[in-house]
Design a protein around this ligand. Structure first.
Ligand SMILES: *Cc1c(COP(=O)(O)O)cnc(C)c1O
Length: 474
Protein backbone atom coordinates (compact mmCIF):
# COMPACT_ATOMS: atom_id res chain seq x y z
CA UNK A 1 0.00 0.00 0.00
CA UNK A 2 1.34 3.36 -1.01
CA UNK A 3 1.26 6.30 1.39
CA UNK A 4 1.39 9.84 0.28
CA UNK A 5 2.17 13.21 1.80
CA UNK A 6 2.04 16.14 -0.52
CA UNK A 7 4.56 18.93 0.02
CA UNK A 8 3.40 22.08 1.77
CA UNK A 9 5.75 25.00 1.44
CA UNK A 10 4.55 27.38 4.13
CA UNK A 11 6.22 30.71 4.61
CA UNK A 12 5.40 32.60 7.80
CA UNK A 13 6.33 35.94 6.27
CA UNK A 14 3.86 35.53 3.45
CA UNK A 15 1.15 34.05 5.70
CA UNK A 16 1.56 30.50 4.58
CA UNK A 17 2.13 30.12 0.89
CA UNK A 18 5.01 29.90 -1.53
CA UNK A 19 5.73 33.57 -2.32
CA UNK A 20 5.31 34.89 -5.84
CA UNK A 21 8.48 35.66 -7.74
CA UNK A 22 7.67 39.36 -7.41
CA UNK A 23 7.43 38.96 -3.62
CA UNK A 24 10.88 37.43 -3.53
CA UNK A 25 12.53 40.66 -4.69
CA UNK A 26 11.90 43.32 -7.30
CA UNK A 27 14.37 45.46 -9.14
CA UNK A 28 13.93 48.48 -11.38
CA UNK A 29 15.68 48.14 -14.73
CA UNK A 30 16.41 50.99 -17.14
CA UNK A 31 15.63 50.46 -20.78
CA UNK A 32 18.31 51.64 -23.13
CA UNK A 33 17.65 52.63 -26.70
CA UNK A 34 14.65 51.04 -28.33
CA UNK A 35 13.77 50.80 -31.99
CA UNK A 36 10.12 51.46 -31.09
CA UNK A 37 8.60 54.99 -31.08
CA UNK A 38 9.03 56.90 -27.77
CA UNK A 39 5.30 57.03 -27.02
CA UNK A 40 5.16 53.24 -27.07
CA UNK A 41 8.08 52.61 -24.73
CA UNK A 42 8.86 53.05 -21.03
CA UNK A 43 12.12 54.21 -19.52
CA UNK A 44 12.09 51.72 -16.67
CA UNK A 45 10.53 48.36 -15.98
CA UNK A 46 10.17 46.59 -12.63
CA UNK A 47 10.91 42.88 -12.68
CA UNK A 48 11.82 40.20 -10.14
CA UNK A 49 15.56 39.86 -9.81
CA UNK A 50 16.44 36.32 -8.81
CA UNK A 51 19.22 33.86 -9.30
CA UNK A 52 18.64 30.73 -11.35
CA UNK A 53 18.52 28.41 -8.29
CA UNK A 54 15.88 30.62 -6.68
CA UNK A 55 13.82 30.41 -9.83
CA UNK A 56 14.25 26.67 -10.25
CA UNK A 57 13.27 26.03 -6.62
CA UNK A 58 10.18 28.22 -6.90
CA UNK A 59 8.76 26.21 -9.79
CA UNK A 60 9.83 22.89 -8.30
CA UNK A 61 8.04 23.74 -5.06
CA UNK A 62 4.88 24.67 -6.91
CA UNK A 63 5.04 21.39 -8.80
CA UNK A 64 5.47 19.48 -5.53
CA UNK A 65 2.25 21.04 -4.28
CA UNK A 66 0.47 19.82 -7.37
CA UNK A 67 -0.48 16.40 -8.73
CA UNK A 68 -0.15 15.47 -12.37
CA UNK A 69 0.20 12.54 -14.69
CA UNK A 70 3.95 12.56 -14.08
CA UNK A 71 3.27 11.98 -10.33
CA UNK A 72 0.98 8.98 -10.65
CA UNK A 73 -2.09 7.54 -12.37
CA UNK A 74 -4.93 9.90 -13.24
CA UNK A 75 -7.97 7.69 -13.91
CA UNK A 76 -10.41 10.51 -14.69
CA UNK A 77 -13.09 8.68 -16.68
CA UNK A 78 -13.90 9.94 -20.17
CA UNK A 79 -10.93 12.34 -20.11
CA UNK A 80 -8.22 9.78 -21.04
CA UNK A 81 -5.57 11.44 -18.88
CA UNK A 82 -2.73 9.23 -19.97
CA UNK A 83 0.99 9.73 -19.64
CA UNK A 84 2.31 11.79 -22.54
CA UNK A 85 5.67 10.70 -23.87
CA UNK A 86 8.31 13.42 -23.80
CA UNK A 87 9.53 12.90 -27.35
CA UNK A 88 6.43 14.66 -28.69
CA UNK A 89 7.32 17.69 -26.55
CA UNK A 90 10.87 17.66 -27.95
CA UNK A 91 9.50 17.74 -31.48
CA UNK A 92 7.07 20.56 -30.70
CA UNK A 93 9.94 22.55 -29.16
CA UNK A 94 12.16 22.44 -32.28
CA UNK A 95 12.70 26.06 -33.42
CA UNK A 96 12.18 25.06 -37.05
CA UNK A 97 8.56 23.96 -36.54
CA UNK A 98 7.21 27.37 -35.52
CA UNK A 99 6.15 29.22 -38.65
CA UNK A 100 3.98 32.30 -39.00
CA UNK A 101 0.42 31.25 -39.90
CA UNK A 102 0.22 33.81 -42.72
CA UNK A 103 3.28 32.63 -44.58
CA UNK A 104 2.75 31.74 -48.20
CA UNK A 105 2.02 28.05 -48.91
CA UNK A 106 5.03 27.79 -51.21
CA UNK A 107 7.54 28.33 -48.43
CA UNK A 108 5.84 26.23 -45.74
CA UNK A 109 5.62 23.00 -47.70
CA UNK A 110 6.93 20.97 -44.75
CA UNK A 111 4.20 22.30 -42.47
CA UNK A 112 1.51 21.61 -45.07
CA UNK A 113 2.90 18.12 -45.54
CA UNK A 114 2.34 17.40 -41.84
CA UNK A 115 -1.21 18.79 -42.03
CA UNK A 116 -1.92 16.73 -45.13
CA UNK A 117 -0.50 13.52 -43.72
CA UNK A 118 -2.41 13.97 -40.49
CA UNK A 119 -5.64 14.52 -42.42
CA UNK A 120 -4.89 11.25 -44.21
CA UNK A 121 -3.94 9.30 -41.05
CA UNK A 122 -7.08 10.41 -39.22
CA UNK A 123 -9.25 9.58 -42.25
CA UNK A 124 -7.82 6.07 -42.27
CA UNK A 125 -8.10 5.60 -38.51
CA UNK A 126 -11.74 6.76 -38.45
CA UNK A 127 -12.79 5.31 -41.80
CA UNK A 128 -13.90 8.76 -42.96
CA UNK A 129 -13.48 10.34 -46.43
CA UNK A 130 -12.22 13.81 -45.47
CA UNK A 131 -10.84 15.49 -42.34
CA UNK A 132 -10.40 19.08 -41.14
CA UNK A 133 -7.87 19.81 -38.41
CA UNK A 134 -9.20 23.24 -37.45
CA UNK A 135 -11.41 22.79 -34.35
CA UNK A 136 -9.30 23.48 -31.24
CA UNK A 137 -11.05 21.02 -28.86
CA UNK A 138 -13.43 18.09 -28.87
CA UNK A 139 -16.35 20.38 -28.02
CA UNK A 140 -15.36 22.72 -30.86
CA UNK A 141 -15.27 19.68 -33.16
CA UNK A 142 -18.80 18.73 -32.08
CA UNK A 143 -20.03 22.23 -32.82
CA UNK A 144 -18.27 22.23 -36.21
CA UNK A 145 -19.63 18.78 -37.06
CA UNK A 146 -23.18 19.79 -36.22
CA UNK A 147 -22.81 22.97 -38.30
CA UNK A 148 -21.64 20.80 -41.21
CA UNK A 149 -24.67 18.51 -40.75
CA UNK A 150 -26.93 21.57 -40.65
CA UNK A 151 -25.40 23.02 -43.83
CA UNK A 152 -25.93 19.64 -45.53
CA UNK A 153 -29.64 19.57 -44.64
CA UNK A 154 -30.02 23.20 -45.67
CA UNK A 155 -28.41 22.46 -49.00
CA UNK A 156 -30.87 19.58 -49.51
CA UNK A 157 -33.80 21.87 -48.73
CA UNK A 158 -34.72 20.13 -45.45
CA UNK A 159 -32.99 22.57 -43.11
CA UNK A 160 -36.20 24.14 -41.80
CA UNK A 161 -37.90 20.84 -41.17
CA UNK A 162 -34.98 19.14 -39.36
CA UNK A 163 -34.90 21.03 -36.09
CA UNK A 164 -33.87 18.33 -33.62
CA UNK A 165 -30.69 16.60 -32.50
CA UNK A 166 -31.05 13.41 -30.43
CA UNK A 167 -28.54 12.83 -27.60
CA UNK A 168 -28.48 9.82 -25.20
CA UNK A 169 -28.80 10.65 -21.50
CA UNK A 170 -25.31 9.23 -20.82
CA UNK A 171 -23.61 11.61 -23.31
CA UNK A 172 -21.00 14.19 -22.36
CA UNK A 173 -22.53 17.57 -21.49
CA UNK A 174 -20.81 19.17 -24.46
CA UNK A 175 -23.02 17.15 -26.87
CA UNK A 176 -26.16 18.85 -25.56
CA UNK A 177 -24.42 22.23 -25.57
CA UNK A 178 -23.02 21.90 -29.12
CA UNK A 179 -26.40 20.96 -30.57
CA UNK A 180 -28.15 23.80 -28.72
CA UNK A 181 -25.48 26.31 -29.74
CA UNK A 182 -25.98 25.30 -33.37
CA UNK A 183 -29.66 26.25 -32.95
CA UNK A 184 -31.20 22.80 -32.47
CA UNK A 185 -33.78 21.49 -30.03
CA UNK A 186 -32.14 18.68 -28.05
CA UNK A 187 -34.08 15.44 -27.52
CA UNK A 188 -32.69 13.32 -24.67
CA UNK A 189 -32.73 9.57 -25.12
CA UNK A 190 -33.02 7.23 -22.09
CA UNK A 191 -30.73 4.19 -21.75
CA UNK A 192 -32.08 0.64 -21.68
CA UNK A 193 -31.56 -1.75 -18.76
CA UNK A 194 -28.08 -2.79 -19.87
CA UNK A 195 -26.79 0.79 -20.23
CA UNK A 196 -27.03 1.04 -24.02
CA UNK A 197 -29.26 2.96 -26.45
CA UNK A 198 -32.90 1.89 -26.09
CA UNK A 199 -33.92 0.99 -29.65
CA UNK A 200 -37.65 1.45 -29.04
CA UNK A 201 -37.05 4.87 -27.55
CA UNK A 202 -34.80 5.72 -30.49
CA UNK A 203 -37.41 4.64 -33.05
CA UNK A 204 -40.04 6.83 -31.45
CA UNK A 205 -37.70 9.82 -31.12
CA UNK A 206 -36.46 9.70 -34.72
CA UNK A 207 -38.54 11.27 -37.47
CA UNK A 208 -38.72 13.92 -40.16
CA UNK A 209 -37.53 16.59 -37.75
CA UNK A 210 -34.33 14.68 -36.88
CA UNK A 211 -31.16 16.35 -38.08
CA UNK A 212 -28.73 13.97 -36.34
CA UNK A 213 -28.15 11.49 -33.55
CA UNK A 214 -25.00 12.16 -31.53
CA UNK A 215 -23.54 8.95 -30.15
CA UNK A 216 -20.48 8.01 -28.12
CA UNK A 217 -19.26 4.47 -28.81
CA UNK A 218 -18.10 2.83 -26.59
CA UNK A 219 -20.44 4.94 -24.49
CA UNK A 220 -19.54 6.67 -21.24
CA UNK A 221 -20.30 3.50 -19.28
CA UNK A 222 -17.47 1.89 -21.27
CA UNK A 223 -19.97 -0.29 -23.18
CA UNK A 224 -19.89 -0.94 -26.91
CA UNK A 225 -23.20 -0.15 -28.62
CA UNK A 226 -23.62 -3.60 -30.12
CA UNK A 227 -26.80 -2.60 -32.01
CA UNK A 228 -24.85 0.06 -33.85
CA UNK A 229 -25.87 -1.14 -37.33
CA UNK A 230 -29.53 -1.10 -36.40
CA UNK A 231 -29.14 2.32 -34.77
CA UNK A 232 -27.50 3.59 -37.98
CA UNK A 233 -30.30 2.31 -40.19
CA UNK A 234 -33.05 3.73 -37.95
CA UNK A 235 -31.44 7.18 -38.18
CA UNK A 236 -30.53 7.00 -41.88
CA UNK A 237 -33.96 5.69 -42.92
CA UNK A 238 -35.45 8.89 -41.55
CA UNK A 239 -32.94 11.04 -43.47
CA UNK A 240 -31.00 11.98 -40.33
CA UNK A 241 -27.23 11.88 -39.94
CA UNK A 242 -25.12 9.94 -37.48
CA UNK A 243 -22.58 11.88 -35.42
CA UNK A 244 -19.79 10.02 -33.58
CA UNK A 245 -18.28 11.52 -30.43
CA UNK A 246 -14.72 10.21 -30.74
CA UNK A 247 -13.54 10.94 -27.20
CA UNK A 248 -13.36 7.20 -26.50
CA UNK A 249 -11.50 6.24 -29.66
CA UNK A 250 -8.56 4.78 -27.71
CA UNK A 251 -10.86 1.80 -27.06
CA UNK A 252 -11.18 1.03 -30.77
CA UNK A 253 -7.90 2.09 -32.40
CA UNK A 254 -6.93 -0.28 -35.18
CA UNK A 255 -9.93 -2.55 -34.52
CA UNK A 256 -13.14 -0.82 -35.52
CA UNK A 257 -13.85 2.39 -37.40
CA UNK A 258 -16.76 4.79 -36.95
CA UNK A 259 -16.99 5.21 -40.76
CA UNK A 260 -17.54 1.45 -41.15
CA UNK A 261 -20.26 1.56 -38.48
CA UNK A 262 -22.19 4.04 -40.62
CA UNK A 263 -21.26 7.34 -39.00
CA UNK A 264 -21.39 10.38 -41.30
CA UNK A 265 -19.42 12.80 -39.14
CA UNK A 266 -17.13 12.38 -36.15
CA UNK A 267 -14.68 14.30 -34.03
CA UNK A 268 -11.33 13.07 -32.73
CA UNK A 269 -10.07 14.28 -29.34
CA UNK A 270 -6.45 14.02 -30.39
CA UNK A 271 -5.27 15.21 -26.95
CA UNK A 272 -7.05 12.20 -25.44
CA UNK A 273 -6.50 9.47 -28.02
CA UNK A 274 -2.96 10.35 -29.06
CA UNK A 275 -0.67 12.68 -27.10
CA UNK A 276 -0.76 16.12 -25.51
CA UNK A 277 -1.03 16.97 -21.82
CA UNK A 278 -4.55 18.31 -21.37
CA UNK A 279 -6.92 19.48 -18.69
CA UNK A 280 -7.60 22.87 -17.22
CA UNK A 281 -9.09 24.00 -20.52
CA UNK A 282 -6.50 23.14 -23.09
CA UNK A 283 -4.71 23.21 -25.34
CA UNK A 284 -6.20 20.49 -27.47
CA UNK A 285 -7.43 19.75 -30.94
CA UNK A 286 -10.72 18.27 -32.13
CA UNK A 287 -10.41 17.53 -35.86
CA UNK A 288 -13.54 16.23 -37.54
CA UNK A 289 -13.91 13.57 -40.19
CA UNK A 290 -16.85 13.34 -42.60
CA UNK A 291 -18.24 11.13 -45.34
CA UNK A 292 -17.93 12.10 -49.00
CA UNK A 293 -21.38 13.77 -49.09
CA UNK A 294 -20.42 16.11 -46.26
CA UNK A 295 -16.89 16.94 -47.45
CA UNK A 296 -17.91 20.02 -49.51
CA UNK A 297 -19.19 21.69 -46.32
CA UNK A 298 -15.96 21.42 -44.28
CA UNK A 299 -14.27 24.55 -42.89
CA UNK A 300 -11.81 26.37 -45.12
CA UNK A 301 -8.93 26.03 -45.90
CA UNK A 302 -8.17 22.36 -46.41
CA UNK A 303 -4.81 20.99 -47.54
CA UNK A 304 -4.47 18.82 -50.65
CA UNK A 305 -1.59 17.33 -52.63
CA UNK A 306 -1.36 18.20 -56.30
CA UNK A 307 1.63 17.07 -58.39
CA UNK A 308 3.78 16.43 -55.32
CA UNK A 309 3.05 19.90 -53.97
CA UNK A 310 0.84 20.79 -51.02
CA UNK A 311 -1.71 23.55 -51.43
CA UNK A 312 -4.60 25.13 -49.62
CA UNK A 313 -8.08 25.07 -51.08
CA UNK A 314 -11.59 26.10 -50.17
CA UNK A 315 -14.22 23.33 -50.07
CA UNK A 316 -17.06 24.14 -52.49
CA UNK A 317 -19.85 24.81 -49.97
CA UNK A 318 -17.69 25.51 -46.91
CA UNK A 319 -19.26 26.63 -43.63
CA UNK A 320 -16.33 29.09 -43.33
CA UNK A 321 -13.54 29.19 -40.77
CA UNK A 322 -13.77 27.85 -37.21
CA UNK A 323 -10.25 28.83 -36.10
CA UNK A 324 -8.03 31.89 -36.57
CA UNK A 325 -5.39 29.88 -38.41
CA UNK A 326 -5.52 26.21 -39.28
CA UNK A 327 -5.94 24.75 -35.82
CA UNK A 328 -3.68 24.25 -32.80
CA UNK A 329 -0.58 23.50 -34.85
CA UNK A 330 1.73 22.20 -32.12
CA UNK A 331 -0.94 19.87 -30.75
CA UNK A 332 -1.50 18.56 -34.27
CA UNK A 333 2.24 18.13 -34.76
CA UNK A 334 2.46 16.06 -31.56
CA UNK A 335 -0.43 13.92 -32.81
CA UNK A 336 1.37 13.33 -36.07
CA UNK A 337 4.60 12.40 -34.25
CA UNK A 338 2.75 10.02 -31.91
CA UNK A 339 0.94 8.24 -34.75
CA UNK A 340 4.21 7.88 -36.72
CA UNK A 341 6.13 6.56 -33.69
CA UNK A 342 3.48 3.95 -32.81
CA UNK A 343 2.56 2.92 -36.34
CA UNK A 344 -0.45 0.74 -37.16
CA UNK A 345 0.66 -2.08 -34.82
CA UNK A 346 1.33 0.31 -31.95
CA UNK A 347 -2.08 1.93 -32.27
CA UNK A 348 -3.72 -1.49 -32.22
CA UNK A 349 -1.71 -2.37 -29.13
CA UNK A 350 -2.96 0.84 -27.50
CA UNK A 351 -6.60 -0.21 -27.72
CA UNK A 352 -5.80 -3.75 -26.50
CA UNK A 353 -4.10 -2.35 -23.39
CA UNK A 354 -6.72 0.34 -22.77
CA UNK A 355 -9.42 -2.36 -22.68
CA UNK A 356 -7.35 -4.91 -20.75
CA UNK A 357 -6.36 -2.33 -18.12
CA UNK A 358 -9.94 -1.17 -17.54
CA UNK A 359 -11.23 -4.73 -17.16
CA UNK A 360 -8.33 -5.78 -14.93
CA UNK A 361 -8.77 -2.77 -12.65
CA UNK A 362 -12.55 -3.34 -12.47
CA UNK A 363 -11.87 -6.95 -11.41
CA UNK A 364 -9.62 -5.81 -8.52
CA UNK A 365 -11.97 -3.29 -6.88
CA UNK A 366 -14.28 -4.12 -3.93
CA UNK A 367 -17.16 -1.96 -5.10
CA UNK A 368 -20.37 -2.57 -6.97
CA UNK A 369 -19.68 -2.22 -10.71
CA UNK A 370 -22.85 -2.64 -12.76
CA UNK A 371 -22.78 -3.56 -16.46
CA UNK A 372 -19.68 -4.84 -18.27
CA UNK A 373 -17.59 -6.29 -19.79
CA UNK A 374 -16.03 -2.96 -20.48
CA UNK A 375 -14.00 -1.26 -23.09
CA UNK A 376 -11.60 1.49 -21.96
CA UNK A 377 -13.46 2.57 -18.79
CA UNK A 378 -16.00 1.42 -16.20
CA UNK A 379 -18.34 3.07 -13.77
CA UNK A 380 -18.32 1.83 -10.16
CA UNK A 381 -20.74 2.95 -7.47
CA UNK A 382 -19.06 4.53 -4.42
CA UNK A 383 -21.96 3.23 -2.27
CA UNK A 384 -21.43 6.42 -0.24
CA UNK A 385 -20.97 10.05 -1.31
CA UNK A 386 -18.78 9.83 -4.43
CA UNK A 387 -17.34 13.29 -3.71
CA UNK A 388 -16.09 12.21 -0.25
CA UNK A 389 -14.76 8.99 -1.74
CA UNK A 390 -12.81 10.97 -4.32
CA UNK A 391 -11.31 13.32 -1.72
CA UNK A 392 -10.10 10.40 0.34
CA UNK A 393 -8.39 8.84 -2.65
CA UNK A 394 -6.06 11.85 -2.73
CA UNK A 395 -4.67 10.77 0.65
CA UNK A 396 -3.51 7.52 -0.95
CA UNK A 397 -1.62 9.32 -3.70
CA UNK A 398 -4.19 8.55 -6.39
CA UNK A 399 -5.99 11.08 -8.50
CA UNK A 400 -9.70 10.26 -8.15
CA UNK A 401 -11.95 9.15 -10.98
CA UNK A 402 -14.70 11.33 -12.46
CA UNK A 403 -17.56 11.50 -9.95
CA UNK A 404 -21.37 11.52 -10.10
CA UNK A 405 -21.56 11.09 -13.88
CA UNK A 406 -23.08 9.38 -15.78
CA UNK A 407 -26.15 9.49 -13.54
CA UNK A 408 -27.27 6.01 -14.69
CA UNK A 409 -25.05 4.66 -11.85
CA UNK A 410 -25.71 6.16 -8.42
CA UNK A 411 -22.70 7.89 -6.80
CA UNK A 412 -20.74 7.10 -9.92
CA UNK A 413 -16.97 6.70 -10.00
CA UNK A 414 -16.17 6.76 -13.70
CA UNK A 415 -12.75 5.23 -14.01
CA UNK A 416 -10.40 5.13 -16.98
CA UNK A 417 -6.92 3.83 -16.15
CA UNK A 418 -5.72 4.25 -19.79
CA UNK A 419 -3.30 2.07 -21.69
CA UNK A 420 -0.27 3.80 -20.18
CA UNK A 421 -0.42 2.16 -16.71
CA UNK A 422 1.54 -0.97 -15.79
CA UNK A 423 0.12 -3.85 -13.77
CA UNK A 424 2.00 -2.58 -10.66
CA UNK A 425 0.47 0.83 -11.00
CA UNK A 426 -3.02 -0.64 -11.55
CA UNK A 427 -2.54 -2.75 -8.40
CA UNK A 428 -1.62 0.38 -6.43
CA UNK A 429 -4.65 2.15 -7.81
CA UNK A 430 -6.89 -0.77 -6.84
CA UNK A 431 -5.34 -0.75 -3.35
CA UNK A 432 -6.24 2.95 -3.03
CA UNK A 433 -9.85 2.28 -4.06
CA UNK A 434 -10.10 -0.61 -1.63
CA UNK A 435 -8.50 1.31 1.23
CA UNK A 436 -11.04 4.09 0.81
CA UNK A 437 -13.90 1.59 0.55
CA UNK A 438 -12.77 0.18 3.93
CA UNK A 439 -12.28 3.59 5.59
CA UNK A 440 -14.78 5.04 8.08
CA UNK A 441 -17.36 7.67 7.15
CA UNK A 442 -15.50 10.17 9.37
CA UNK A 443 -12.25 9.60 7.47
CA UNK A 444 -14.03 10.22 4.17
CA UNK A 445 -15.84 13.32 5.38
CA UNK A 446 -12.69 15.00 6.67
CA UNK A 447 -10.49 14.04 3.70
CA UNK A 448 -8.11 14.98 2.28
CA UNK A 449 -5.63 15.16 5.14
CA UNK A 450 -2.28 14.81 3.45
CA UNK A 451 -2.51 17.19 0.51
CA UNK A 452 -1.19 20.73 0.25
CA UNK A 453 -4.71 22.12 -0.15
CA UNK A 454 -7.46 20.63 2.04
CA UNK A 455 -11.09 20.43 1.00
CA UNK A 456 -12.14 23.46 -0.99
CA UNK A 457 -15.65 24.79 -1.50
CA UNK A 458 -16.13 23.69 -5.11
CA UNK A 459 -19.45 25.42 -5.66
CA UNK A 460 -18.09 28.70 -4.35
CA UNK A 461 -14.96 28.29 -6.45
CA UNK A 462 -17.13 27.95 -9.56
CA UNK A 463 -19.83 30.52 -8.77
CA UNK A 464 -17.92 33.15 -6.81
CA UNK A 465 -14.32 32.89 -7.91
CA UNK A 466 -11.68 34.89 -6.04
CA UNK A 467 -8.58 34.22 -8.02
CA UNK A 468 -5.63 34.53 -5.71
CA UNK A 469 -2.29 32.95 -5.00
CA UNK A 470 -2.96 33.46 -1.28
CA UNK A 471 -4.18 30.56 0.80
CA UNK A 472 -7.57 31.97 1.65
CA UNK A 473 -8.13 29.57 4.56
CA UNK A 474 -5.31 31.08 6.61
C1 LIG B 1 -13.75 15.12 -23.30
C2 LIG B 1 -15.02 14.78 -23.98
C3 LIG B 1 -15.66 15.69 -24.85
C4 LIG B 1 -15.19 17.12 -25.03
O1 LIG B 1 -13.89 17.23 -25.51
P1 LIG B 1 -12.94 18.46 -25.14
O2 LIG B 1 -11.74 18.21 -25.97
O3 LIG B 1 -12.70 18.41 -23.68
O4 LIG B 1 -13.66 19.71 -25.56
C5 LIG B 1 -16.79 15.26 -25.52
N1 LIG B 1 -17.30 14.03 -25.33
C6 LIG B 1 -16.73 13.14 -24.48
C7 LIG B 1 -17.36 11.76 -24.31
C8 LIG B 1 -15.59 13.49 -23.77
O5 LIG B 1 -15.03 12.61 -22.92
Amino acid sequence: MQHYNQAIWDDTETEGYEPLLSEKGLEEFHIEDSALPDDLTRDTVTLPELSEPELARHYTRLSQMNYGIDSGPYPLGSCTMKYNPKFTEDIAALPSVSVHPDRDGDNVQGTLEVYYELQEYLSQIGGMDAVTLQPPAGAAGEFTGILVAKAYHEHNGTGEQRTEVIVPASAHGTNFASAALAGYDVVELPADDDGRVDLDALSSAVGESTSALMLTNPNTLGLFERDIEEIASIVHDSGGLLYYDGANLNALLGRARPGDMGFDVMHYNVHKTFATPHGGGGPGAGPIGVSEELAPFLPTPQVRKVDNKYELFEPKRTIGKVHGSMGNWLVLLKTHAYICRLGADGLQDTSAKAVLNANYLASQIDLEIPFGPFHHEFVASAETDAGDFAKRMLDYGAHPPTTKWPEIVSEALMTEPTEAESKESLDQLAAAFNAVAADSDEALESAPERTSARRIDQTKAARDPRLSWHRLDT
